[in-house]
Structure formats: structure tokens, C-alpha cells
Design a protein around this ligand. Structure first.
Ligand SMILES: Nc1ncnc2c1ncn2[C@@H]1O[C@H](COP(=O)(O)OP(=O)(O)OP(=O)(O)O)[C@@H](O)[C@H]1O
Ligand SMILES: O=P(O)(O)OC[C@H]1O[C@H](OP(=O)(O)OP(=O)(O)O)[C@H](O)[C@@H]1O
Length: 219
């Protein structure tokens, strides 16, 4: 059997992928929160997990550093998805991509008046496409985290960021004014690996598919 390498990011993607791996009979043998190791063995001698930054998952899979990976739709769109086969929506790490502004900013009238908006985001492709589709002029400011801070400091009028419970926005006195798209995580597969390692990859895809159809197991 060839070795199968799966790229995951620590945190919610790792945690929410574990039940799917279990459905495929794969158990990760070390806890990434306790170990400093970046390559984790599993109970299957030919399957290993590599831990990478969430934004690096598509790159690892595209270039064959990993055969498979789990990545958010947001990250996948920003990466471009080239060289990646995307067979499954895993229905995990669900949230939405939204536009948010300070509670006292009149977004609707700014849009109506055709004002140029300063928008801070990590997701410049998604933001550019969204505002272009609405014919809203924007100056995008690329950030790598803590987008919520940008309107509070005068860096931007609005942000484009992920929202789940809405608690982060609320805590920072921001309100959601547009929902751009629903987000969940996808399985991505290196196209060459899919052909060359089909016998090892196919059973994992099948088990994931069945587990998704059954829905999340009660915790
Ligand atoms: N609050 C949330 N609720 C549910 N899913 C989320 C939430 N925030 C992010 N996600 C999803 O989980 C993915 C991974 O998020 P995570 O916070 O682990 O990485 P990150 O900090 O965004 O990435 P990086 O470390 O590369 O900057 C995101 O790409 C998104 O699809
Ligand atoms: O609507 P909520 O439930 O509050 O979730 C939204 C927050 O979740 C994400 O951040 P995350 O918790 O992943 O932190 P990080 O990406 O900044 O590490 C996102 O960037 C928002 O800040």
C-alpha cells in the first residue's frame, strides 16, 4: 500500500475531521494540542496526518506535499483551487462570509450614494468579486487576522470576515450588513495522487461520503 498523507490544520478543522476519519477506520495517535510534532501517525501504517496552517492546506495538496487535505471553502476560493480535485463538501466548520460595519455606520446609504468604501479583509478575492457584482467601489486593505479591529481604529469602514455565532461582531460593536456566501470545509485531493493511489484513496472517500450522509454523530 502506498503512503497516504492528509493535510489538516489544528483546531476546528482537525477536531471536526476526526469523526470522519473514525468512520474510515483511521485514528490519529497523537493529540496536536499536546505534541509539537508536525507529522502524526495513525493506527493505519500507511496513513499519516501533517499539520499545516489552514491557509497552506491547498498549497500542500496542489504540490503533492499531501495527497488529501481538508480546507474551508473560503481558503479554497482565495487559493484558486488549481490542481485540486474537490470531491466532497464535508459539512464541517460551517459559517458564513459576511460584510460587517460599526453599528453607527449607515452602510445602505453609503452604497446608495456610490461612496468609495474602505474594506479590510483577509479574503480579498471573495471581497473583490462580491463588491464588483454589486458595482460598489472599494479600496481593499489586506489583513491577516483580527479584522474586527479595523473599523474600530479608523483603518476601514467595513470588513469582510467569517461569522458563525455573531459573538465576535457583537463584542466589537459591529453589525452584519450582507451575507456573501455560506462556508463549510471541503476535502481536496491531489489530482495525480487520485490516479496513482486510487486503491488507497477511494475507500477513504467512500467512508467520508457515507459518514456525511448519516450526519454528525451525537456528542
Ligand atoms: N467561527 C467559525 N465557525 C465555524 N467555522 C469557522 C469559523 N472560523 C473559521 N471557520 C472555518 O474554519 C477554517 C479554519 O479556520 P481556523 O480559524 O482554524 O484557521 P485560520 O486562523 O483562519 O487560518 P490561518 O491560521 O491559516 O490564518 C476557515 O477557513 C473557515 O472555513
Ligand atoms: O461569529 P463567531 O462565532 O464569533 O465566529 C467568528 C470568528 O471566528 C473566526 O475567528 P476564529 O475564532 O477562528 O479565530 P482566529 O481565526 O482569529 O484564530 C472569524 O475570523 C471570526 O473572528
Amino acid at each position: 500500500m502506498p503512503t497516504i498523507t492528509l493535510a489538516l490544520s489544528k483546531g476546528r478543522i482537525f477536531d471536526e475531521t476526526l469523526p470522519l476519519l473514525a468512520a474510515a477506520g483511521i485514528e490519529v495517535l497523537e493529540d496536536p494540542e499536546k505534541s509539537r510534532k508536525l507529522i502524526l501517525p495513525t493506527n493505519q501504517p500507511n496513513v499519516r496526518v501533517v499539520l499545516v496552517r489552514a491557509t497552506d492546506v491547498p498549497t500542500y495538496v496542489e504540490h503533492g506535499g499531501a495527497d488529501l487535505g481538508v480546507t474551508g471553502k473560503d481558503t479554497l476560493i482565495e487559493h484558486g483551487g488549481q490542481g485540486l480535485y474537490q470531491p466532497l463538501d464535508l459539512q464541517i466548520a460551517k459559517c458564513r462570509m459576511s460584510v460587517a460595519v460599526p453599528a453607527d455606520f449607515d452602510y445602505a446609504s453609503a452604497v446608495r450614494q456610490g461612496s468609495r468604501l474602505k474594506v479590510a479583509t483577509k479574503y480579498t478575492t471573495i471581497a473583490r468579486d462580491f463588491f464588483a457584482s454589486k458595482s460598489v467601489h472599494v479600496d481593499l486593505i489586506k489583513l491577516y487576522g483580527s479584522m474586527e479591529l479595523a473599523p474600530l481604529t479608523g483603518l476601514a469602514d467595513a470588513i469582510v470576515d467569517l461569522v458563525s455565532t455573531g459573538k465576535t461582531l457583537k463584542a466589537n460593536n459591529l453589525v452584519e450588513v450582507e451575507q456573501i456566501m455560506d462556508i463549510s470545509s471541503r476535502l481536496v485531493v491531489n489530482q495525480a495522487a487520485l490516479k496513482l493511489k486510487q486503491a488507497a484513496i477511494r475507500p477513504i472517500l467512500d467512508a467520508f461520503t457515507q459518514a456525511i450522509q448519516k450526519g454528525p454523530s451525537p456528542s
